[in-house]
Design a protein around this ligand. Structure first.
Ligand SMILES: [Zn+2]
Length: 230
């Protein structure tokens, strides 16, 4: 068994969308500061963290994009949704800033030699992280799904899909529509994934990526992992 870490890092001032809070991580206690009790000197190191739920590798809860008061918050989502079978589609050849079509998804499924099944997690490898991370293009130039290509995924009955970018659709109309397709077809997605090149061509595998139990949370950072048989 091999565990593949599909996580992006959370760090001070890591890239976040302008409509989300910034990530602030600073020292809170360091080993330079001692406490003393009965002759024992002791130090602990800890950090202060402040960031939005939609930071780093994270999942969107239905309540994020659905104004229905009954929409699930992240703490209400079933744990089974974060422990699923998964496949990864290779879309790394698709140009930055372009829209991903249904035909391209169909071709990628065929090329992967897999069949997307009900309750799968579908990872979409666009080589976006490798092509842009560390540059301003990381937050803007990703290829994205459209209403139609998101509907194609939804019609397969998947639990969720995952992308490397901060948004599943190109900024603006496409991204709004992809979120609304998720709302209307009852699935969701993860953003900010990494290392998807390591699960391309691996067939079916186990995906694990549990969220934090944030009361009423609209999303949560996750630690996404692929479990590969050797
Ligand atoms: Zn989203």
């Amino acid at each position: 068994m091999q565990l593949i870490d599909l996580s992006g890092e959370i760090f001070h001032k890591c890239p976040t969308l302008p409509n989300h809070p910034p990530a602030v991580l600073t020292e809170w206690n360091t080993h330079d500061t001692f406490r003393e009790a009965d002759g024992i000197k002791f130090s602990i190191a800890s950090m202060y963290m402040s960031f939005g739920e939609h930071t780093g590798s994270h999942v969107d809860a239905p309540v994020h994009f659905d104004a229905d008061p009954n929409a699930l918050s992240v703490d209400q989502m079933p744990l089974e949704d974060f422990y699923t079978e998964a496949v990864c589609l290779d879309l790394s050849h698709i140009e930055l800033k372009s829209q991903i079509s249904v035909e391209q998804l169909e071709a990628a499924e065929k090329a992967a030699g897999v069949e997307i099944k009900r309750r799968d997690t579908v990872l979409l490898y666009m080589a976006h992280y490798d092509r842009t991370f560390g540059t301003p293009a990381f937050m803007t130039d990703f290829p994205g799904l459209t209403k139609e290509s998101a509907e194609w995924l939804g019609a397969k009955g998947i639990v969720m899909f995952g992308v490397e970018a901060a948004s599943p659709g190109r900024p603006g109309k496409d991204n709004f529509e992809v979120h609304l397709v998720c709302r209307d077809m009852g699935f969701t997605h993860m953003e900010g994934l990494a290392n998807l090149d390591q699960v391309v061509g691996k067939g079916r595998f186990r995906f694990i990526g549990f969220p934090l139990k944030i009361r009423g949370g609209t999303g949560s950072p996750i630690r996404p992992v692929a479990v590969l048989d050797e």
